[in-house]
Design a protein around this ligand. Structure first.
Ligand SMILES: NC(=O)c1ccc[n+]([C@@H]2O[C@H](COP(=O)([O-])OP(=O)(O)OC[C@H]3O[C@@H](n4cnc5c(N)ncnc54)[C@H](O)[C@@H]3O)[C@@H](O)[C@H]2O)c1
Length: 262
């Protein structure tokens, strides 16, 4: 039997490079901070350049290494240059958290085609583009890697009316995750998903139009009795990104305070 690896070594990402999309705020920011805590050099990527820069500065102020990259994940050319920046400026790519996502509520009966297309473009096409480019870099490096896709409980079951476009995109990401896990396993690249329940983020606050009623109604359904904190999700991502989960691939870890049980 192999020697038991000490726990701090299993969770450590020292010497590794991580890329987190949509990490200028919310869940992505929490993931970027945790991966940096674990020792990774982090590419903080967001469509909003200023927020990416401020999270990268937060990591550097804490003694870590971070690079801000402005990129829209639905833009093929931007994704290619984002991955190139990781390799050229941080020295490689070992961990990717595909987190960028949008969730504008809208009933299907009143939904413009452009809105449907945009949600699919960001949430599903974006995961495809980032995975293809990142996996190609990982295969070239020949040292494996981990990819964690942030899905949603909506990848399994609708959380509310008005998210049909979103649910379609997240079901798509879950199917994509399983098939890519199969394809990349021979390269030593593990691909998994984390499915958050309700998490208090700026995006969720904007979704409620500033009203706390929607959040209160959702919270009342959660067995753990509270909305998630972005760091609840970041801890699960760190588990799947690190050697704590060496034999896990093609899995979806639900992190929802028990709400899917109800
Ligand atoms: N908050 C929740 O309750 C919840 C629940 C389930 C799943 N999720 C998923 O978690 C992820 C993050 O959600 P959040 O609540 O932190 O959202 P948020 O709106 O608070 O933050 C999302 C970040 O992604 C960036 N972004 C948006 N579109 C982008 C694009 N095209 N390219 C690059 N960056 C882009 C935004 O600028 C923002 O910084 C999403 O994929 C979302 O679907 C969130």
């Amino acid at each position: 039997m192999a020697d038991r690896i000490p726990l701090p070594d299993l969770i450590s990402l020292k010497g590794k490079v991580a890329l987190v999309t949509g990490s200028g705020r919310g869940i992505g920011r929490a993931i970027a901070l945790r991966l940096a805590d674990a020792g990774a050099a982090v590419a903080v990527s967001d469509m909003e350049a200023a927020t990416a820069e401020s999270v990268a500065a937060e990591i550097r102020d804490g003694g870590g290494t971070a690079l801000a990259v402005a990129a829209d994940v639905s833009d093929e050319a931007a994704v290619k240059s984002m991955v190139r920046a990781c390799v050229d400026e941080l020295g490689g790519l070992d961990v990717v958290a595909n987190n960028a996502g949008i969730f504008p509520p809208c009933p299907v009966l009143g939904m413009e085609t452009a809105m449907f297309d945009r949600v699919i473009a960001v949430n599903l096409r974006g995961v495809f583009l980032c995975t293809r480019e990142a996996a190609a870099a990982m295969v070239d490096q020949g040292r494996g890697g981990t990819i964690v896709n942030v899905t949603s409980i909506d990848a399994l079951h609708p959380s509310m009316v008005g998210l049909a476009h979103y649910d379609a995109s997240k079901h798509g990401v879950w199917g994509f995750t399983k098939n890519v896990a199969l394809e990349l396993a021979p390269h030593g690249i593990r691909v998994n998903a984390v499915a958050p329940g309700g998490v208090l983020t700026p995006g969720v606050e904007e979704m409620g139009g500033g009203s706390s009623d929607a959040v209160a109604a959702f919270s009342a359904r959660i067995p753990e009795g509270r909305m998630g904190d972005p760091d609840d999700i970041a801890r699960a991502v760190l588990f799947l990104a690190s050697d704590l989960s060496t034999y896990v691939t093609g899995a979806q870890l639900v992190v929802d305070g028990g709400v899917l049980l109800t």
